[in-house]
Design a protein around this ligand. Structure first.
Ligand SMILES: *Cc1c(COP(=O)(O)O)cnc(C)c1O
Length: 469
């Protein structure tokens, strides 16, 4: 076996995060008041993230509106900020919509893409005239019934799927195939027809994964549908490309590549484990061969956010750039980024409760938090945590170990990756997880064992004050 070497994954950090990390007193006070762990947010980068998308769309002459997908984070401050800077909010549940309306966000800045829409949600959407993104025929029938009962019409947008890339269908559980959408819009929606209370407004898609070319293809094929509808006199007012814009968490591409290579070697047994129990994060060793693939979010992305949007819009179809084709459709281009608008907008901070060795002599650092408070669909959060020691005399030298949490499960690891601590963590020290606002802190958090959910706090980088969301 090769000598153990550590594989760092250094996070990118916005100025406000560096300020806070250097203000241990403020963090300690917040933890004392709100208990570990806490989520701290700041809107500075949210605003700049929105502006950078908006700037790209403007630069191509595209009329647009950006709908922040609020399912990626529970705080109200982000939908409010999005509206205050003249953009919109994509909502996915009754309470997400209700909260926005109660906070004074006007209905015309909200769109609802909920995957399941029951009668109660549809009634609220219709009564408030929130645009509804339709997914299936049963939903359409229920909406027609709700509209009839209330005698109010609804603005509807059809979610599309079934795009074709190189003769291959992009699979999806969502939306209507393009041809079905055409016949629904031309034959079944409008006065005197089956869905007489619907006003056709626009088209929408949201693709799984992060492929730029797939997004370009979906925009182009949706645009072709817009043209077909136009030929029979039906106007489409908006075309929404959904979310899924990659962001970048890491400062260093080489570190990312090294980690990925090292994980494979470790799983093959050519290197000491760099994850707990030599977890392959999706890779499996089978008769000396690696199967599967590393099943994590791609935390390093050279082309990300607005540059990815540019790549999409500059993709060429029939010898013209996509933005040119879209501009000629003369409609509002929409997008619904969630995660990427929250880039550099939040951190999670937790306190060290204990240190111990497991039966295999691994060092375990127990945090006052649980793994649902730092969890997405990715097999691990591959970003180094920051260790802030409260001790005047930190333990001598670096140590390797794992962060574990409060749920009574053997697999209760906050991070599966082995972490190199610059000194032995002490009880009461803090760990800061950087860039957790998009999904990591909220999407899977649970109250098992009746642990309360982490408090959501907002940091004002000007006054340096932390308040509750
Ligand atoms: C989840 C979702 C988004 C946001 O996706 P991100 O990957 O966070 O950008 C946007 N629109 C719809 C319909 C979604 O389901």
């Amino acid at each position: 076996m090769e000598k153990t070497k550590h594989y760092y994954l250094t996070p990118l950090m916005a100025g406000w995060i560096e300020d806070l990390v250097n203000n241990k007193e403020l963090l300690n006070r917040a933890l004392k008041q709100y208990e570990s762990p806490i989520n701290i947010h700041c809107i500075n980068n949210f605003q700049s993230n929105v502006h950078s998308y908006s700037h790209v769309l403007s630069s191509y002459g595209l009329r647009h509106k950006i709908y922040y997908a609020r399912k990626a984070n529970k705080c109200l401050v982000f939908p409010l900020t999005s509206w205050q800077i003249n953009q919109g909010i994509d909502t996915a549940s009754y309470r997400e919509v209700k909260q926005c309306l109660d906070a004074g966000i006007p209905a015309d800045s909200i769109v609802c893409t909920a995957a399941v829409k029951n009668r109660k949600l549809l009634e609220m959407l219709v009564q408030n005239q929130v645009e509804i993104v339709l997914d299936n025929e049963d939903e359409m029938k229920l909406l027609q019934e709700v509209c009839e009962n209330l005698a109010i019409e609804a603005n509807v947008i059809l979610r599309l799927s079934g795009f074709v890339k190189q003769n291959k269908l992009l699979k999806s559980r969502f939306g209507f195939r393009l041809d079905d959408a055409y016949s629904i819009i031309t034959e079944r929606i409008g006065k005197g027809k089956e869905f007489s209370y619907f006003r056709y407004y626009g088209l929408h898609f949201h693709l799984n994964g992060y492929d730029a070319e797939e997004r370009a293809i979906a925009l182009y094929q949706s645009g072709e549908l817009v043209e077909r509808l136009h030929q029979v006199g039906i106007k489409t007012k908006s075309l929404d490309m959904g979310g899924g814009f990659l962001m970048n968490y890491l400062a260093n591409e080489q570190e990312w590549n090294n980690f990925n290579d090292a994980l494979k070697e470790a799983v093959l047994g050519d290197l000491n484990p760099i994850t707990y129990g030599n977890d392959g994060l999706g890779l499996i060793l089978n008769e000396g061969k690696l199967l599967g693939k590393i099943d994590v979010y791609p935390y390093y992305n050279k082309v990300n956010k607005e540059n990815l949007l540019k790549t999409i819009l500059e993709t060429r179809f029939n010898d013209q750039p996509l933005y040119h084709f879209l501009k000629n459709l003369n409609l509002e281009i929409r997008m619904e980024p969630g995660r990427s608008l929250l880039d550099q907008c939040g951190i999670t901070v937790a306190k060290v409760a204990f240190r111990k060795r497991d039966t295999e002599n691994n060092l375990l650092i127990g945090l006052e938090m649980n793994r649902t408070q730092l969890r997405s669909s990715s097999a691990d959060f591959l970003v180094d945590p920051l260790h802030l020691t409260n001790s005047d005399a930190p333990g001598d030298g670096q140590v390797e170990g794992y962060l574990v949490g409060a749920y009574c499960l053997e697999q209760e690891h906050i991070l599966k990756r082995k972490i190199l601590f610059k000194s032995m963590p002490q009880v009461g020290d803090l760990f800061v997880f950087v860039n957790t606002a998009g999904y990591m802190m909220h999407f899977y958090e649970s109250e098992a064992h009746l642990f309360p959910l982490a408090k959501n706090l907002i940091y004002d980088s000007g006054t340096k004050v932390i308040v509750e969301d």
